[in-house]
Design a binder for this molecule. Structure first.
Ligand SMILES: NC(=O)c1ccc[n+]([C@@H]2O[C@H](COP(=O)([O-])OP(=O)(O)OC[C@H]3O[C@@H](n4cnc5c(N)ncnc54)[C@H](OP(=O)(O)O)[C@@H]3O)[C@@H](O)[C@H]2O)c1
Length: 285
């Protein structure tokens, strides 16, 4: 996947670990060629012991000799980290950002670097079932695109888009999507408890129903509306429930929520670009 250089992670939290785990599981790279950095020594020890990767508290040391540098810090830490890395990255290397809301322009200007991938993963990446949408700066080569694709595949499914605007759309749909699903899960579990199920059984019924329905929809060639019609008998229970859900505006509320998240993502990205000193109050979630 990489030539002779290393893969560096600046920020070694939950997402960096998910990527390291996926990369090693798919045997894309030997652990000795992965270097991660972060402020907490205890966290470094943990990663060294779990995965055999190298670790340092010094971000500039981590990126030395890196062919690809993954930027995996929280959005509010980006303004501190970008200036540290200026002049430290190999000009021919690739930067792959998973930071929500950090635009290509912010990263390009902040790092003074050409080849950049901006990606938007989601939380199921932590169990290898993520959905990542990604795009590239004009200076990114075809080979670097292939490297980025391989690294992002370690988190689950990935889709490349030409236009960065799709990243804001993806933030609203797949990036923020797990929050909508978890809310629906919670509401259904509570409804089950209301009926008289124990919380444990209700949670099991709801989780397996969501998982099974998602798998069925993924594997079936039918549109979800057709699958829904298949379980809706005339005068039956589904028809009765669907009538109430539509009457309550479920479809409209979901659409409004996604639209609001999209507007929020766009405005946060614009605020970051307008603020070279990066106001710490600007966060992407
Ligand atoms: N979690 C998700 O599912 C998800 C989904 C989409 C996008 N993302 C994006 O992925 C990025 C990482 O998220 P995460 O969930 O992995 O966060 P996280 O677990 O908090 O990881 C961030 C890591 O950065 C470290 N860090 C803090 N200051 C640093 C510095 N100055 N230099 C280097 N490292 C530093 C933190 O160390 P300490 O813990 O010691 O402070 C932590 O290990 C975020 O930008 C987020 O927007 C995450």
């Amino acid at each position: 996947m990489l030539h002779s250089g290393n893969l560096a992670f600046v920020g070694s939290g939950v997402m960096a670990e998910a990527m390291i785990k996926g990369i090693l599981k798919q045997q894309l790279l030997a652990p000795q060629r992965i270097v991660a950095s972060g402020p907490r020594v205890a966290r470094g020890r943990e990663l060294e012991q779990r995965y055999g990767v190298r670790w340092t508290t010094d971000n500039t040391e981590a990126v030395r000799g890196a062919e690809v540098t993954v930027l995996s810090v929280k959005p509010q830490v980006v303004p501190k980290v970008l200036p540290e890395l200026v002049g430290q990255l190999d000009p021919s290397s690739l930067v792959l950002s998973i930071v929500a809301g950090a635009t290509l322009k912010t990263l390009h200007d902040g790092l003074n670097h050409g080849a950049i991938i901006r990606s938007m993963p989601n939380t199921p990446a932590q169990v290898g079932a993520g959905m990542t949408v990604w795009t590239v700066s004009a200076e990114t080569s075809a080979e670097q695109k292939a490297q980025g694709k391989a690294i992002l595949s370690a988190l689950g499914e990935e889709i490349f888009v030409e236009d960065e605007n799709y990243l804001d759309m993806a933030t609203a749909l797949s990036g923020t999507g797990p929050a909508y699903v978890f809310l629906v899960m919670e509401a259904l579990i509570d409804a089950g408890v209301h009926l008289g199920f124990s919380r444990r059984i209700s949670q099991k019924l709801v989780t397996e129903t969501l998982l099974g329905s998602a798998l069925f929809a993924k594997e079936s060639s039918a549109h979800p509306a057709e699958l829904k019609n298949m379980v809706t008998s005339p005068g039956g229970t589904s028809a009765e429930a669907l009538y109430q859900l539509e009457k309550g505006g479920l479809r409209t509320v979901l659409s409004r929520g996604v639209w609001a998240a999209y507007q929020r993502s766009r405005s946060l990205g614009r605020a970051e670009e307008r603020t070279p000193n990066h106001d710490n109050s600007v966060q992407a979630h």
